[in-house]
Unconditional design. Structure first.
Length: 297
């Protein structure tokens, strides 16, 4: 064999071993990927100090329709007949008003109904004012908002449509929790841990299609929002459609993940009502122990 042939064989061998080594190195580094904690709220005591975790509650299950023969919604911002093929699931579990106030307390420093803090005030000095928040009365009543969702899956994506019936508009709050908005929580390994890990993520879209993502979520998820009207043309609510990538798994038939959807209803820049699909636990953005179970069928 000529020297030239040995050189060619050596080059081919190096390319093969280099490719194989690169593949295993890539998967090793990917397995060690940490969640993006830059978007995690600093006040992690919500997850550790709350005593009302939904431990022991039976999970809520839903069977997600198969992938519609490869036809997926395009997020056109208008009615798409493909959604008619799939079942609608109600989002109807109401969170407690006390939990809404507690969320505002931790996130924004609001306390209610306490207005002054005497504990740190020297004798004879003026008490330190504390910001307060009062939940305003919803103009149509607390039951004025209803919602439902549909979901389609493919190997790599979840396609979600959430229909919210809410005739009043409010995105004036400083945070999405105090805006008309939809939140989606996904736990890809199905373990529903209280401490969020790789594969845990949440996604938020408000009524104005402003997107927010948290933990290991992909920031480039897609969404569109369009309004709904009645026969007289009056505004009745809005529809959020989302395409969310699966980060650490490929969806397979009969596999399950942790899942929940939350709808926030705002008035005067404050959350007045929160509806969820799986449980009334409002602190899911830092604790996934109360998620429901979504099964791919």
């Amino acid at each position: 064999m000529k020297k030239k042939d040995y050189i060619i064989i050596l080059i081919v061998a190096l390319l093969v071993f280099g490719s194989v080594g690169g593949y295993f190195l890539y998967n090793y580094l990917r397995s060690r990927k940490e969640p993006n904690l830059d978007v995690v709220n600093e006040k992690m005591e919500i997850a550790t100090r709350d005593s009302s975790l939904a431990e022991g509650k039976a999970p809520v299950y839903t069977d997600v329709s198969a992938d519609a023969k490869g036809l997926y919604p395009s997020l056109s911002g208008a009615y798409e007949p493909i959604w008619d093929q799939f079942e609608s699931y109600p989002i109807e579990i109401a969170c407690k008003e006390s939990d809404i106030l507690e969320m505002n307390r931790y996130l924004f420093g609001y306390y209610n109904p306490v207005e002054t803090d005497d504990s740190q005030t020297p004798e004879g000095a003026t008490p330190t004012p504390i910001p307060t928040v009062t939940i305003p009365e919803a103009s149509e009543g607390d039951n004025s908002v209803s919602a439902s969702y549909k979901l389609i899956w493919s190997k790599r994506y979840l396609y979600i449509q959430v229909t919210v019936n809410d005739a009043s508009k409010d995105c004036g709050g400083e945070h999405y929790f105090n805006q008309d908005s939809v939140e989606v929580f996904i736990n890809e390994d199905g373990q529903k841990n209280s401490q969020l890990l790789v594969g845990d993520a949440f996604y938020v879209v408000n009524r104005d299609n402003v997107r927010t993502s948290g933990f290991g979520a992909a920031d480039n998820f897609e969404s569109v929002v369009y309004q709904t009207t009645n026969e007289e043309g009056a505004y009745t609510g809005y529809v959020v459609e989302m395409i969310i990538p699966l980060l650490t798994i490929k969806a397979n038939k009969n596999a399950s993940i942790g899942f929940d959807i939350q709808v926030n209803n705002a008035r005067e820049g404050v959350n007045v009502a929160t509806l969820k699909w799986a449980s009334d636990y409002i602190f899911n953005f830092q604790n996934f122990s109360s998620l429901g179970t979504l099964t791919f069928k």
